[in-house]
Design a protein around this ligand. Sequence first.
Ligand code: 26V
Length: 877
Amino acid sequence: MTSVIDPKTIGKPVRQRRHIRTLTGYTPETDASGKEKWPRGDETVWKTNMRGVDADVGDITKSVVNHVQTSLARQAYNLDNLGAYQAAALSVRDNMLVNWNETQLHYTRKAPKRAYYLSLEFLMGRTLDNALLNLDLKSQYKDGINQLGFSLEDLLEEERDAALGNGGLGRLAACYLDSSASQDLPVWGYGLRYKYGIFQQLISPEGNQLEAPDPWLDNQNPWELPRIDVNYEVRFYGQSERLSEGHGRALWTGGQEVLAVAYDVMIPGCNTRNTNNLRLWESKPKRGFDLNSFNAGNYEGAVESSNSAAAITSVLYPNDHTTFGKELRLKQQYFWTAASLADIIRRFKNLGKSINEFPDYVAIQLNDTHPTLAIPELMRILIDEEDLDWNFAWQIVTNVFFFTNHTVLPEALEKWPVPLMEHILPRHMQIIYDIKAVSNTNTFAARIFLQAVEKKFPGDRERLARMSLIEEGFPKQVRMANLACIGSRRINGVAELHSKLVQTTILKDFVEFFGVSKFGNVTNGITPRRWLDQCNPELSKLISSTLKIDKSVWLKDLYKLKDLVKYAADKGFRAEWAAIKQRNKERLAHHIETTLGFTVNTNAMFDVQIKRLHEYKRQTLNILGVIHRYLELKALTPALRKKVNPKVVFFAGKAAPAFFKTIRLIVNVARVINADPETKDYLSLYFLPDYSVSLAEVLIPASDISQHISTAGTEASGTSNMKFCLNGGLLVGTVDGANIEIAEEVGEENVFFFGHLTPAVEDLRYQHMYHPVPVDEACPPLANVLNQISGGLFGDGGVYEPLVNTIRQGDYYLVTDDFDSYIRALAMVDEAYLDRDEWVKKSICTTANMGKFSSDRAIMDYAQEYWNLEPIPVGKD
Ligand code: 26V
C-alpha cells in the first residue's frame, strides 16, 4: 500500500479551478424609472407542463436566473458551473413538481391498487440529463443555458452520481422506477437515504485499490424534497411480552426509538405526465438528544445515543461477505421496512377500507431477501396493533408480498444469527418462531409449515431441516430466503435459466410443497431512455430518422427497433452506424485522456469488461487471456504482427478485499504491455478507476465487444450485457444468465459463446476434487501464462501466488476448464472483426433485436402476472 497517490496515474478526475462567470444573454426588464426588474418565482412557473411544450427558452432563462438569485442567493455576475448546474436543476425540478403533484393527486382520487418496490439499493446515477429527456425539454434548456453563457454539457458533468447501490440489483431498481413512471403504473420505490453511497475507488501506482467515502450529499442535492412532516418512530431492542396464550398479541416496549424521516425523489416518466415517487428514509434520534442522560450529566451518553440513531442510514454496505452478521445492517433492514410499511398502511387507511381489503390495494415487491423483515413486521402490525387473528393476518400477509431472488450462490443467501435477532427484534423473533411452529387445522396449517410439510412428506427429516426457517448450529440462524418464500404470494428469478435453477436448487423443496405455479420468471430489463437515448444520442437520432418515427414512440415500444434489420443491407446506413461507433470511441478516448492522461488508440477494437469484481464473474479469465495474447504477439515476427487486429482492453469495477489482487494484476500487466514498443500498437490495457453509472454511460456506447464470462449457472442475469447489445456491441460470453436469452433474440451467430454448460459444472468440480489433473496437462497455454506471472514478468510474482495457485489447483469457478474454449472464442471475434462490413451488420441486427430487454416489458410482466396493477395515466380522463 502507498499513501502517495499520483493523480495522473490513478486518474481521479482533476477538478478544474472554479471559473467564475457572469450570466450573459439575459437582460432584465426595466420599470418606468429605468430600474432593473429581475424575475420573481411566481413568474417562472410554466403555464402548461405536458412535455414542456409551452416552456420556451425565455421562460427557462428567467427561471434559472430566479433560482440563482433566490434559491442559491448568488449574484448573476458571480457564478461557476456548479452554481449554474444547481440553478438549472432547480428549474427543471419546478417542472417536475407540477407533474408530480398532479400525479399523486390523481392516484389518490382514483384509489387504484398500488405497488411498492422495496429495495435497499437504488443506483440512480445522475438525474438532470434523464429528467430533461423524459420531459422533452433538453433542446430548450440547451439553448437557454447557452444564452446565459454556459454550456449544458458542462453543467451535466457537475452532477454527482447518486450511487446508492452496489451493482446490478440497484441499477435494476432504478430502471424499474423509470419504466413504472413511463408506463403510467402507480408504483413507488422505498429505500434508504444513505449519507455515503458506494465507496469511491482509487488505484494506487502499485495497483492497489484504495477506498474513500462517497459524500454525495456534500453539495446540496436539488433532486430530493425533504418531508420533515412525514416521519415514523421505529423501535429496536426492548422486551416483548405475550398478552395471551398461543400466537396472539404481544406488547413490545422499551429499547431504543429512532425517527425515520422521509425524503422524496421525483421519478418522471417518458412522454407522459405521470411522475412517480421514490421515498428514501433518513434516521434521526427521536429527540434531538437524550435529555435524561444530558441532565444526569452524562453528556457522552446523550451524544452516543443520538449518534447511534443517525448511524443507521449513514452508509451503504458493500455486498460482500463483510455484510453478513453485522448488527447495523440488520438495523438498517428493519428501520427501512418498518418505516415503509407504516407509510403504506397509513396511505391505505386513508382510503377508509377495511383491513381485509389490504391485498386488493397493495402489492409489495421484495427486491431480494433484504426487506424480508417486512413479513414479520406486517404480522406484528396486524396482530398487535390491528388485533387480527393469526390466521387471518397470515392470509393477508401472504397475499401482499412478492419476492425476487437475484442469486443462487449459497454463500450469498442471507442468514441472521438468532441471538442477534432476539436482541434487536424480540417481537419479530417470536413471530418467526410462530410461523415455524403454528399448526392447527385451518387455512394456515393447510399451507404451512413444518407440520404441514411433515404431513405431505412423512418421515422426511432432512427435508424438514432444509425447509425450516431456522438453521441449526452455533449460533442458530434465520434463513431469510425461506421466510421470504413462505411469506410471499409468488416468487421469481430474473432470467429463464436462473429461475429454473432457483426452482431446482435452493427452493426445490418449496416447489414440491407449494406447487410450481407459485414460482415464475421475469427476465430483467433495462431502460432504453438512459441506456440508449441518453448515453448514445447520435445513435438514437439515426434510429429515429431511419425508422421515420419519433423517438418517444420507439423508446416506449422497443420492439419497433426490429425494422432496423432491413437497413443492415444498406451500405450508407452501415457507414453511418460505424461512424457513430467510431465517434463514441473517440468520446471515450477523450474522457480517458482528460481524466487519466492516457492516449488511447481509437483505431483498435474496444473490448470491455465492467462489473463488480468477483471470482464467479471471472475477471481472472479475461486478464489471463490478455497475457496469453501478449505472449503470442511477442512470439510473432514484426511482419506477422502487422496483420494482427489491434485491440484495447478495458476493465472497470469495484472490489471486495478478497479480489484486490486481481486489480493489482490487471494494473501491472497494463504497465508492462502498454510500455512494450513491440506490441503496444496491437494490444493495450486500461483499468479505469471508480466505475459508476456515469462511467458506464461513456464506456458502453464505445464498445465493439464486451465480456460476460461467468461460470455457467452463477450469474443470475447480468444486465450490462443488454446495455452493450442495445448500443450495437457484440458479446463474448458463457451460456449463462441473460446471455442465453439475448442470443435467442439476436441470433446465436451474433454472440460468441464458449465454455462448459451449467449441467457439466458440478461434474467438473467433482473431478477436480477426486481426479485432479495438473494444469500443465489440462491446459498447457494457461500453464505458460501462470508461469510467466510467477516468474515475475509483471513484477514480484510472489504477490500473485495465492491467485495463481488457486487456478493451478483447479479452481471452483473452472478457469482452467474453460480457458481453451475462451481463447478460441476470442480468436473467432478477431476473425469476425476483420470483415468489418459483416461486423457492422451483426451490430445492427443485435440492436434491432433487443426489444425484449426493455425494462418496460419487464415491469409490465410484474404488473400483470404478479401485482395485478393497471396503468393510471394522468390527464387522459
Ligand atoms: C452477493 C454476494 C455476497 C457474498 C459473496 C458472494 C456474493 C455473490 C453475489 C451477490 C449478489 C447478490 C444479489 C445481486 O446483486 N444479484 C445480481 O442481481 C442482478 C439483477 O437481477 C443480476 O443481473 C445479477 O446477475 C446478480 O448477480
